[in-house]
Ligand binder design. Structure first.
Ligand code: E4P
Length: 248
């Protein structure tokens, strides 16, 4: 982590709270998966707010991708990203309209290219929500927000993979968006571990999307398991003492 990010209070201004959407009081948790089994299991915890899929994630699953997307929408009542695969604006708009027609929860994911920006402008003018994906620079996020994107997805892990601090991009985008009145949420994507999630929350990212394994790791702490075991062992001993006393 850079010294800039480590500085206490950095980006803890709190001005983002309630700005982007009425429910933006706490960082939303999205799962980055197209696995219905994983999504159904995670949904039981009641803290998953949305899902991001992409063509690679859908390609890993058996079954019709559109049917999977609809099932995901029925499982999680929140924004569910489905990505276009056309690379020209006209094709993206056509696919985006179709994806959005599948279910009210669908958010159309468009890549941050010139064609993607053109498509975003058209789709958002029609009232469709767009998640502009594959964001690797702050100017890309600025353009996406200007084109009307409802979400921008900076890819943290993929920048880290090429020795570029991905969290700094999230921080930069938040700083820029805090100056303006964009109705665009910062969706920290490609999060690879609990520390990424923690840093995204410290910066005030609106949303963090993560694989199920990272989500599960968030709840785990060995001291919780040790502490719970001790409480239960002590309780069993107390019960045994009480039963022995009652039998006298
Ligand atoms: C988000 O929308 C992307 O699907 C995702 O976060 C990419 O993550 P990866 O870089 O781990 O594949």
């Amino acid at each position: 982590m850079s010294a800039r990010l480590a500085a206490p209070g950095y980006h803890l201004k709190g001005v983002r709270r309630g700005r982007a959407s009425p429910e933006a009081g706490i960082m939303k948790i999205f799962l980055d998966t197209a696995s219905l089994a994983e999504i159904r299991e995670a949904a039981t915890l009641g803290v998953v707010d949305g899902i991001t899929t992409n063509p690679s994630l859908l390609a890993k699953e058996k079954g019709d991708p559109e049917e999977i997307l609809v099932e995901i929408c029925k499982t999680i009542d929140g924004p569910i990203s489905g990505e276009v695969v056309a690379t020209d604006a006209e094709g993206m708009v056509r696919e985006g309209r179709h994806l959005a027609s599948l279910h009210k929860n669908i958010v159309v994911k468009c890549p941050c290219t010139t064609e993607g920006l053109k498509a975003t402008k058209v789709l958002t003018a029609e009232g469709k929500r767009v998640n502009m994906t594959l964001i690797f620079s702050a100017p890309q996020a600025l353009l996406a927000a200007k084109a009307g994107a409802r979400f921008v997805s900076p890819f943290v892990g993929r920048l880290d993979d090429i020795a570029t601090p991905g969290m700094e991009l999230v921080s930069d985008i938040i700083q820029i968006f805090d100056h303006y009145d964009f109705d665009c949420e910062v969706l920290a994507a490609s999060l690879r571990g609990p520390m990424h999630v923690l840093e995204a929350a410290r910066m005030g990212a609106d949303i963090g999307t993560m694989p199920t394994s990272v989500f599960q790791a968030l709840v785990k702490h060995p001291l919780t398991d040790i502490g719970l075991k001790k409480f239960l062992d002590d309780w069993e001993k107390t019960k045994a003492t009480l039963v022995a006393k009652a039998a006298r």
